[in-house]
Design a protein around this ligand. Structure first.
Ligand code: ADP
Ligand code: MG
Ligand code: MG
Length: 902
């Protein structure tokens, strides 16, 4: 029998074999090291072990077959290329072992430098460096420290204490003052620490060091903090990390050596020009670890002009090649520059827009690409007011920016106190170690929420985002003492009533009140800043990209607005109509009394009187809105909430009745209300007598609204305006419901409209799962569908929207049952499927059926892409979300590959 030849799977790639598009396989770091190698840039030679090897290791618990041999082969060819053997006693090759996943996870995983050093090769290293003992022992102590900490879980502080101790013994603060003997002593101390914690000696065998380090990098993918980070950043858990083995270059060889990090543009503002830090005589991680003070990169020009000029040339080259802002890590070894890392750099929201605009100007990218590189979340961030931060304001702590915005207010520690002070008109910041469902009222009352524990998916963060409230979570420098009503931070004690300011975008916490300034992007949308003449680069860039998005998008964007003022603002923000005009607010305020009369009406006569009194008020509301939206469609939803929502709460009525009786006053009306409230009480009001059911049960109610709408439209048209009303019936689950309402409405419309030329469409919301599933039938009676995805989500999942987010969503997020609340981004698999079915079957029954969405999802970036893909005609969202929806609709239209901008 012929031996079957098995083709061995390729797990290891030389840098020369990879390129930047292989991030899935080689991780971001490895793919970009390969790319730079192939560009001819000075990268120390090395190889990358693939994410597939990592995944195989993590699933089986052992290295896959063939991996060891491939590492051996690549190591040998690296040794040949470098003319040195790993850990050779006389002339050692040293390597770093570096993690690198597809998406950068800063500080989450592990890197070990100087692998290959031991008691003998440390001497060889010194000889290599011309007898530089200090350097050799410094490198060795770093290896034991990093290896101990990351490979063997020795507590890092122990090494730091030993280092501090050595410096103290020497009477210095600066690690550079330690000489070769001091460092040799430190190596001994480190070895003891290592042995104490691991029960074994520090491994002397170079290849064993290498294998253990590689394995540690694999394992670091599943370290707790890495898991948490991925969850927060929504990075899939099954990608695995690659491992890069890179020959060492040394920035710690003396004053003519050093190491640095740099950006090719300012990642904060997007301004052109290089930004970076440099540290002489240091190894990699020292720069970010803050061990010594770095100098601005510009000073490298004085220290080493040749390397500086070369670095600038390389940075320009990288920008041109990647056509984007890059960040880099480099090391200079005795005047020779080495590139150790590059990637497309993270940036702030403002910088994202500014840089995209600049790159278009520079001819590096086109407008489609610019649009692709920004997103709605960034735009939304830029629309929040910001703190006006002069240098006098220094943050006292930094937590996680859990829900954006800027808020100042008096500190309170309990929900009850928050409610009390807010009722007195005070702005309050609720401070807790962490919040729980009992804090809900306080969270509603507060301007902002500050916690010392918990991440982006903590209770505080989730609930605050749901409410659109500023929140900083996990500010762990805060010692919160709720019983004592104080917190301490950096030596300050802050008590109840003291003022603090929190920035929910940056996570920073300030003592005292920081002035807030309006967003220039909002000023632009409001028409207060002219994009042609302003010298604000951000406004110019936003204008340009928005204009392109508008030209590109297929989805129209409408707004949810119930008042003329909201409608006007939304129109300035680019709304192309109203997708949801709720009529229930027209029953509030001093009109409540009429609603009470309606509810309490004892006969047809009284009811008709109440409705007749409501009619002109409603009509006036509609006239105002139709005028503001002149020429654009306005979808008016007939009354939706259960009527008892308009009555006072039961407890309050009961008290009123009791008090009035005590005083001997006439309680007839109060008692009537009380019994109405008792009669109308529902256990599940969201599933009760509301929406179309009200219209079918209470004679004349919908008729009055339809008449008000039609009369308002006629009035506006008679005045020379253009009114385009669309009447929307809520909560329909069966076509018969809609047909009944429709028959009555059509009669009224025909009568009112006459020959005025006004056209009124009648359609329905699709928000009950049954409606989605019988959309083909419903479409026979509807000229349009508007998906009410809030209720569709509520009823699709069986989640009581008003309760679940505060009660247990944090836990669902923690467990990864969903990555984001389905009320925030539409659940495309379930609720989205209902939308898809209804869209398809509705359009099959009535070609050209107008389709829109009016839930909160209409302004959510990810959901907008989904609605685009389902083929809806428009999304409708709150006025402030209109620009976000415009941008995302444009992005959805141009996105072909769905590549991500992480
Ligand atoms: P991170 O992903 O946390 O930045 P890196 O793998 O980039 O970790 O390594 C940490 C530091 O060590 C970086 O500053 C890097 O430049 C430096 N470093 C990594 N490999 C080498 C090497 N072969 N020679 C010199 N310095 C290195
Ligand atoms: Mg790095
Ligand atoms: Mg609804």
């Amino acid at each position: 029998m012929a031996a079957q030849e098995t083709v061995e799977h390729k797990y290891v790639y030389d840098f020369a074999e990879g390129n930047k598009d292989l991030k899935d396989l080689l991780g971001g770091k490895g793919a970009n090291l390969a790319e730079m190698t192939n560009l001819g840039l000075p990268v120390p030679p090395g190889f990358t072990i693939t994410t597939e090897a990592c995944k195989a290791y993590l699933t089986t618990g052992r290295e896959p077959d063939g991996l060891a041999g491939q590492i051996e082969a690549h190591l040998e060819s690296l040794e040949r290329a470098m003319g040195r053997r790993l850990g050779d006693p006389d002339d050692p090759l040293l390597v770093s072992v570096r993690s690198g996943a597809k998406f950068s996870m800063p500080g989450m995983m592990e890197t070990v430098l100087n692998v290959g050093l031991n008691d003998r090769s440390v001497v060889g290293l010194s000889n290599q460096a011309g007898g530089n003992d200090r350097f050799a022992w410094d490198s060795y102590r770093r290896l034991i420290q990093m290896f101990g900490k990351t490979v063997c879980e020795v507590p890092g502080e122990e090494f730091e204490h030993a280092l501090d101790e050595a410096k103290r013994a020497k009477g210095t603060q600066n690690d550079l003052d330690l000489d070769a003997d001091d460092l040799r002593g430190l190596v001994d101390a480190y070895k003891q620490i290592f042995a104490k914690h691991t029960g074994r000696e520090f491994p002397q065998e170079p290849r064993e060091q290498l294998d253990l380090a590689i394995r540690a990098v694999f394992d670091s993918w599943n370290a707790e903090r890495a898991i948490l980070y991925r969850r927060q950043e929504r990075i899939p858990a099954d990608l695995g990390t690659a491992v890069n083995v890179v020959s060492m270059v040394f920035g710690n060889l003396g004053p003519d050596s050093g190491t640095g990090v740099a950006f090719t543009r300012d990642p904060g503002s997007g301004a052109q020009g290089i930004y970076g830090d440099y540290l002489a005589n240091a190894q990699g991680e020292d720069v970010v670890a803050g061990i010594r003070n770095t100098v601005p990169l510009q000073e490298l020009e004085q220290l080493d002009k040749t390397s500086y000029d070369q670095l600038l040339g390389i940075m320009a080259r990288l920008e041109e090649h990647y056509k984007d802002l890059c960040d880099i890590e480099f090391t200079i070894e005795r005047g020779k520059l080495w590139m150790l890392q590059t990637r497309v750099g993270k940036r702030t929201a403002a910088a994202a827009f500014v840089i995209a605009g600049q790159l278009v100007d520079e001819g590096l990218i086109d407008l489609d690409e610019a649009l692709h590189r920004v997103n709605g979340a960034q735009l939304a961030q830029l629309m929040f007011p910001r703190f006006q931060l002069d240098h006098e304001f220094q943050p006292v702590a930094k937590g996680i920016g859990a829900s954006p915005g800027a808020a100042s207010g008096r500190v309170v520690f309990t929900s009850a106190r928050a409610v009390e002070l807010a009722a007195e008109g005070e702005a309050v910041i609720l401070v807790r170690r962490e919040t729980n469902p009992d804090d809900l009222n306080g969270m509603i009352a507060a301007k902002g929420i500050l916690t010392s524990r918990g991440g982006k998916t903590s209770h505080a963060a989730v609930v605050a985002r749901g409410m659109g409230k500023t929140c900083v979570s996990g500010a762990d420098e805060l010692e919160v003492n709720v019983p004592a009503k104080t917190f301490t931070v950096g030596g300050h004690t802050v008590g109840e009533g003291d003022v603090v300011s929190i920035d929910g975008t940056t996570g920073k916490v300030y003592l005292g009140e920081v002035p807030v300034m309006p967003s220039e992007v909002v000023q632009y949308f409001e028409g207060e800043l002219d994009p042609e003449t302003t010298d604000d680069p951000l406004v110019r860039a936003v204008h340009r990209i928005m204009t392109h998005a508008d030209a590109a998008r297929r989805l129209r964007v409408r707004t949810n607005a119930d008042t003329g003022a909201d409608a006007a603002r939304a129109r300035r923000f680019g709304a192309e109509g109203i997708g949801l005009c709720r009529t229930e607010h027209m029953f509030l305020g001093d009109r409540r009394e009429l609603v009470e009369r309606l509810i309490l009406a004892s006969g047809e006569r009284e009811r008709d009187d109440a409705l007749a009194a409501l009619l002109p008020l409603q009509r006036a509301d509609f006239v105002e809105i139709f005028r503001e939206m002149d020429g654009l469609p306005v979808t008016v939803r007939l009354i939706d909430p259960p009527l008892h929502e308009f009555l006072p709460p039961l407890e309050q009525l009961a008290v009123n009745v009791a008090v009035a009786q005590e005083r001997g006053e006439d309680v007839a009306k109060e008692e009537a209300l009380l019994s109405a409230v008792r009669r109308m009480h529902e256990e599940n009001p969201m599933l009760g007598l509301r929406g179309v059911r009200l219209g079918l049960v209470i004679p004349g109610l919908f008729a009055m609204q339809v008449r008000a709408i039609a009369e308002a439209a006629v009035a506006v048209v008679r005045d020379g305006g253009r009114a385009c009303p669309e009447i929307m019936v809520p909560l329909v689950g069966a076509v018969q419901e809609l047909e009944t309402v429709r028959a009555e409405a059509e009669k009224i419309i025909a009568e009112v409209v006459g020959d005025s030329g006004v056209e009124v469409l009648i359609g329905t919301m699709i928000e009950v799962p049954r409606a989605a599933l019988t959309a083909g039938q419903i479409a026979e009676a509807a000229e349009f569908f508007s998906f009410g995805t809030n209720d569709l989500t509520q009823m699709g999942w069986g989640f009581s929207r008003d309760d679940v987010e505060g009660a247990f969503f944090w836990r669902y997020l923690e467990l990864g049952i969903f990555g984001i609340s389905p009320f925030e981004s539409i659940d495309t698999d379930g609720v989205g499927r209902l939308v898809r079915i209804a869209a398809e079957e509705g359009r099959a029954a009535r070609p050209g059926l107008k389709l829109g969405v009016c839930g909160e999802h209409g302004g959510d970036p990810e959901s907008v892409h989904f609605f685009h893909s389902v083929g809806l005609d428009y999304v409708s969202c709150s006025p402030f979300r209109v620009p976000v929806a415009r941008l995302e609709a444009g992005r959805a239209a141009i996105s072909t590959t769905g590549s991500d901008s992480r």
